[in-house]
Design a protein around this ligand. Structure first.
Ligand code: PGA
Length: 249
């Protein structure tokens, strides 16, 4: 059985006080009705303080990015061992905002995934097409390249340790969610691609999250799709009540 994982991506929001308030509110009302894995991904500067609040709960910590080198003269970058040392179990890799604004390529992301796995940090590898790519009928081609190039060179065992997040760029922060059927179609396609990189059985075990305007009122229907195994939540993870409603879908 593959795992269901719902992660909150706080993006570049929250200073230390705000992060502590958010995580305290989350903790105070925390229930995990579905017994899923719940992850919060604050900015780097808040990882340690958030970890200290959640370490006695089953809420897990993730970072939003990481460099692929283990240490060295890379001013401004953060390594996987640094993330580990503040309690991170997950790291988001290749979010569309990083692909778009920081020009991260599939090849670079492949290296980041490789290093994350080496340090036993679960990468959440994001893929997804832009609106113009969908309208030009190129969505599947774009996703194929992101999957095949980003995940080249991994064994079946390694692939099972990676979480995929399908996030159509046109649905991120726009309030426009992919319909459950649209999302399911792409998730099934991604699972098929994963089978070509390994085998069908391995592909069946890989968690594929959906992301893009997930809210309390659309999560249930999305989660009822056979190939949707969780969510990567942006805006709605910044309020304890909406994130709790999502995880208890
Ligand atoms: P959103 O963001 O839920 O605000 O659309 C999702 C994401 O960017 O991971």
């Amino acid at each position: 059985m593959r795992k269901t994982i719902i992660a909150g991506n706080w993006k570049m929001f929250t200073d230390v006080d705000e992060a502590l308030r958010l995580v305290s509110d989350l903790k105070a009302a925390y229930k995990n009705k579905n017994k899923i894995e719940v992850v919060v991904c604050p900015p780097f500067t808040n990882l340690e303080s958030v970890y200290n609040k959640i370490k006695d709960t089953d809420i897990l910590l993730g970072a939003q990015n990481m460099y692929f080198e283990e240490k060295g003269a890379f001013t401004g970058e953060i390594s996987p061992s640094m993330l580990k040392s503040v309690g991170c179990k997950f790291v988001i890799i290749g979010h569309s905002e990083r692909r778009e604004y920081f020009k991260e390529s599939n090849e670079l992301l492949n290296n980041k995934i490789k290093t994350a796995l080496k340090y036993n940090i679960t990468p959440i590898y994001c893929v997804g097409e832009k609106l113009e790519e969908r309208e030009a009928g190129k969505a599947f081609k774009v996703i194929e390249a992101q999957i095949k190039e980003g995940l080249v060179g991994f064994t079946a065992q390694e692939l099972k340790e990676i979480v995929i997040a399908y996030e159509p760029v046109w649905a991120i922060g726009t309030g426009k969610t992919a319909s459950p059927a649209q999302a399911q179609e792409v998730h099934a396609y991604i699972r098929g691609l994963l089978a070509t990189l390994s085998d069908k059985k391995t592909a069946e075990e890989i968690t594929i999250q959906y992301g893009g305007s997930v809210k309390p009122d659309n999560v249930t229907e999305l989660m009822s799709q056979p190939d949707i195994d969780g969510a990567l939540v942006g805006g709605a993870s910044l309020k304890a009540d909406s994130f709790l409603a999502i995880i208890n879908y």
